[in-house]
Structure formats: structure tokens, C-alpha cells
Design a protein around this ligand. Structure first.
Ligand SMILES: Nc1ncnc2c1ncn2[C@@H]1O[C@H](COP(=O)(O)OP(=O)(O)O)[C@@H](O)[C@H]1O
Ligand SMILES: [Mg+2]
Length: 507
């Protein structure tokens, strides 16, 4: 009988007679029909051997149902103990004669039982280890599957010793032989040259304790470019040697899909712009044409009257008035057009220009990074509140940033630096300044830039600056541009801040 967890089961049964021993391996529950349960429980509890002769007649176990059913003459029951644990019991019976199990024989049997217990326990441990190993192998297999499916490899790197361990998937992502010994130089050799500086900076920072989180490109041995995203951090696993652990995911497909989506989106935006522009042009032409032909007719009338002798001054004056009326009507069209471009009605609220600017930065940052523009923002801490239309002012900042970025597209011989600064401007104004290191502007033609439809870009509409200026003017402010001392241009606007608190006024 062997204990399996809380349950006890018959593991084997042997019968002997005529000098033969027949052993049956069993696996069945212990019941009162196969064993005297009272004897078994006594032995397991007392942890000692028990010898009985004619148990049904003279022993304390005589009422056991097992003994009532059949005549058993001798019984020996031994616990099987491994170290301090009872792992089972050996039950022997003889149906022919009493006193078969004398103490001397029992001692030998105890010794054998002891060795049997050790052997049984070893076998059990061995099987448990096999099962654990099997479990571990299955866990590793599904881990490897998960890595392959998600295209994620993991690594550990002992930076000081330059020893790296890579998962199989990581070798696959880099497309190198899994037998290759990896060193820091191996890794750096695979990184796209343009992304190497960013990689080195991120690694340096993470060695100081920051989390490593970077998207970069690798060039595989086959020459293909892959986009990967890596995260990692430093742990102090090996005594005083810092160990770097992390994961690298191949995001090439996702990146390509995103790029295609962005291209489609900007194509769409362009189509939308062009179609609005053409319908707009038609309606502008129509609306402006009417007052223009009125002006021409009235001017001709006026000339004719003045040429006549004697000229009728009052009628001429009347014609001139109609000319002015039509001129105003044409100007109205242009004003309405501007309002149309700024879309929404003007809503004034008290707002923090720094907050509004931060939102714009969040919106445009990835575009700037895509164009390799380095944005430096210096937002004044003591910036007073202004009153205005948040969305419209954000539109202005966005326009200026876009223009600045556009102006640096062709710049390759110097960093594409973009400085965005907010600051106080005198006692009661706030200034936002955008400085680029781009192509610059012709100082003699600066005013032209602010004219509607003036653009030097192939896809440009030329209305960004004109709308921006009208928005700023609506805020009782000023928008201007000036060439930098070095390369590039600075655009800035300045608007009044909100009226100060009454307590401020009093002081
Ligand atoms: N930061 C800048 N540096 C150089 N030129 C600029 C800058 N910003 C604007 N410009 C010039 O002003 C023109 C008008 O700008 P804008 O009104 O925003 O229209 P668009 O950007 O559609 O061309 C641009 O085409 C460009 O020639
Ligand atoms: Mg523009």
C-alpha cells in the first residue's frame, strides 16, 4: 500500500505457495474487503510493525470485518518509512498457521522494507523531476512560440564583461547564426548609422538608471532595413555587476502600414485642400467679379460725364460714390473669405499660452522628429494669462512651427534647430517666438509673406501667415518676422495679457 497524496492505494499484491511468488501490480483503493483497515491504521499511526496470530480469536482487532469473513492465522504489517515520512505499508498474511512471523523474521523484513521505501521514494522523485522537466520544456516551447508570433526577442547583457545572451527569436530578427557570440560592437554594427547616435544616448542614460525605450532601425546581414522597438532596464542581479535585461520587437510591418496610412491621409488632405480651393476660387471669382464690373461701368460713366461740356459734377459724384460702394463690397468678400478660413466663431477665454503651446507640441512632435527637426522649447514659468480663442491661437503656433519645419527641409549641412519660446513682453504683453535655422527670408520682401496666396512651396496654399496675422490682430496683437543673425528666420507674435487681479492693481 502506498500513499498518494492524501489517498492510500494498493500498489502491488503478491501470493506465494509451492515455492513460487506471483506478483500483481495493482492500482486500486484500499477497502475493508482487501485489507484489515484497523490494522493498517494502527501501523500508520504508531509507525511500528505489528504481528498478530489468529487475530479473529484473541486480538484487539478481532472485530475487523476483514477477519470476520475469512480465517487468517498470521499477520505482519510494517510501515514503509522514508526519512521521517510514512510513504506506505507492507501487509503480509498467512492463512495456514499461526506464529509464522516470529520477531527475528520481522527484523529482516523491517530492513528490507526500509530499503524498499528508499527505492520507492527515489523512483517517485525521479518521476517528479521528469514531469517538472517536461513542464519546463513545454513552458519554454510556448515561450518561444509567443516570441516568434509577436516577433519579440529578449536578451540579457552583462555590460562590464560584454557578455550577452540572446533568445532564438532575437537571432532570427537580426538574421544571424545563433552560434554567433554577441558583443556590444556586434549590436552597434547592425544599427542603422542614422539611428546610432540616438541609440548611444539612450544606452548611456539607461546605464545611469533610466528605462531604455527606443525605436530604431537595424540593417540585417542581408542588407534589409528593419524597424525595431526596444525596451530594457538595468538590474543588479549579479552581485555588484550590473546586468541589463530587455526585449526587442520587430515592428517593421506595423511601421510600414503606419507610413502608408499617413501617406494616404496626407494625400487625402491635399485632395480635400485642392477641391475646396477650386470651388472657393470659382465663388471668389463670381463674388468679386460683380463689384468689379460695377466699378468699371461706373468709372466709365464718371469719365464720360467729366468729359462732357459742361460737366455735370453731381452725376459724376454719384458715379464715384457707386465706385466706392462696389470697392467696399469687394473688400467685404475678402474679409468673409478670411473668416471662412479661420472656420469657427471667435470664443474668448482666459488661457495659459504655455498649456496651449504644449498641446500643439504634442500634436506636431512626431512630424518634427520624422523630418529630423530638433525642437527646443523654452516656456517661461511666470507667463501671465491671456484672453483669447485657444484653438485659433494654437492654429497660429502650429502654422509657425509647420513653416519653420518646412523651411529646414533642404538643410543638411547644419542641425535642423527649432526654438519655441514663450516670454513676457514688457509689463502687459506675452510673446511667442519661433526661431528656425532654415533657408531664411529676403528682408526686402518680408511683408509679401503675409499676403494671402503667396507661397514658394509647390504644395503651399500661401494662406497660413495671412490667417495667422488676422487671428493675432483679432487678439489686439502683432505678428512679425525678422531674419536671424545667423541662418534662418524668427517669427513672433505678441498679444496683451489678461487684465491684472484687483489686488495687483491696488499695489
Ligand atoms: N520660417 C520660414 N522661413 C522661410 N520662409 C518662410 C517661413 N515661413 C513662411 N515662409 C515663406 O512664407 C510663405 C507663405 O507662408 P504661408 O502663408 O504659411 O503659406 P505656405 O506655408 O502654404 O506656403 C511660404 O511659402 C514661405 O516662402
Ligand atoms: Mg504655411
Amino acid at each position: 500500500m502506498l500513499a498518494r497524496g492524501a489517498e492510500k492505494r494498493i500498489a502491488a499484491e503478491a501470493a506465494t505457495g509451492d515455492n513460487t511468488v506471483v506478483v500483481h501490480l495493482r492500482d486500486e483503493p484500499v477497502t475493508e474487503t482487501v485489507l484489515p483497515l484497523t490494522v493498517l491504521h494502527y501501523v500508520l499511526r504508531s509507525r511500528d510493525a505489528l504481528i498478530l496470530d489468529d487475530p479473529a480469536i484473541q486480538s484487539p482487532f478481532s472485530t475487523d470485518p476483514y477477519f470476520e469473513k475469512q480465517r487468517i492465522r498470521s499477520v505482519l504489517c510494517l510501515p514503509l518509512a522514508h526519512q521521517t515520512q510514512i510513504i506506505g505499508a507492507l501487509y503480509l498474511e498467512n492463512t495456514l498457521a499461526p506464529r509464522v512471523f516470529v520477531p527475528a523474521r520481522a527484523t529482516v523484513l523491517k530492513l528490507i522494507a526500509c530499503q524498499a521505501a528508499t527505492a520507492i521514494e527515489n523512483a517517485r522523485l525521479f518521476r517528479a523531476r521528469e514531469q517538472a522537466e517536461e513542464g519546463l520544456r513545454r513552458a519554454y516551447d510556448s515561450f518561444a512560440d509567443a516570441q516568434r508570433l509577436s516577433r519579440t526577442g529578449n536578451f540579457t547583457a552583462d555590460i562590464a564583461a560584454d557578455q550577452h545572451t540572446w533568445s532564438a527569436e532575437l537571432y532570427r530578427i537580426f538574421e544571424i547564426d545563433p552560434a554567433t557570440t554577441i558583443g556590444m560592437q556586434t549590436v552597434r554594427r547592425f544599427i542603422h548609422p542614422d539611428d546610432l547616435p540616438a541609440f548611444d544616448v539612450a544606452l548611456e542614460k539607461s546605464l545611469g538608471g533610466a528605462d531604455f525605450d527606443l525605436a530604431f532601425r537595424i540593417v540585417t546581414s542581408g542588407g534589409g532595413v528593419k524597424h525595431v522597438h526596444s525596451v530594457g532596464h538595468l538590474t543588479e542581479m549579479v552581485s555588484d555587476r550590473p546586468l541589463f535585461i530587455g526585449a526587442i520587437q520587430d515592428v517593421t510591418e506595423r511601421k510600414l502600414a503606419e507610413d502608408a496610412l499617413n501617406r494616404a491621409r496626407s494625400d487625402l488632405a491635399h485632395v480635400a485642400r485642392v477641391t475646396t480651393l477650386s470651388t472657393l476660387t470659382a465663388s471668389i471669382a463670381h463674388e468679386v467679379n460683380q463689384p468689379l464690373s460695377g466699378i468699371i461701368t461706373n468709372a466709365s460713366t464718371c469719365l464720360r460725364i467729366l468729359d462732357a461740356d459742361p460737366s455735370n459734377v453731381e452725376t459724376a459724384r454719384e458715379a464715384a460714390r457707386r465706385i466706392i460702394r462696389d470697392g467696399n463690397r469687394a473688400a467685404d468678400v475678402v474679409t468673409r473669405l478670411r473668416a471662412l478660413f479661420s472656420k469657427k466663431a471667435f470664443t474668448a477665454e482666459a488661457l495659459d499660452l504655455n498649456d496651449a503651446t504644449r498641446e500643439v507640441i504634442a500634436l506636431i512632435l512626431s512630424d518634427l522628429q520624422g523630418d529630423r527637426v530638433v525642437l527646443q522649447s523654452e516656456l517661461a514659468e511666470d507667463l501671465p494669462t491671456v484672453i483669447g480663442d485657444r484653438v485659433q491661437l494654437q492654429q497660429v503656433v502650429l502654422n509657425l512651427l509647420r513653416n519653420a519645419s518646412d523651411a529646414m527641409i533642404g538643410v543638411d549641412d547644419r542641425p535642423r534647430m527649432l526654438l519655441l519660446r514663450t516670454q513676457r513682453d514688457g509689463r502687459d504683453r506675452v510673446r511667442v517666438m519661433v526661431r528656425d535655422s532654415g533657408v531664411g527670408v529676403d528682408p526686402n520682401h518680408i511683408d509679401k509673406l503675409f499676403e494671402p496666396f503667396y507661397s514658394t512651396k509647390s504644395g503651399g496654399m500661401g494662406i497660413g501667415l495671412s490667417i495667422s496675422r488676422s487671428i493675432v490682430e483679432r487678439h489686439h496683437g502683432r505678428l512679425w518676422a525678422e531674419p536671424n543673425a545667423g541662418p534662418g528666420t524668427t517669427f513672433a507674435f505678441s498679444i496683451p495679457c489678461a487684465p491684472q487681479e484687483p489686488s495687483d492693481k491696488a499695489s
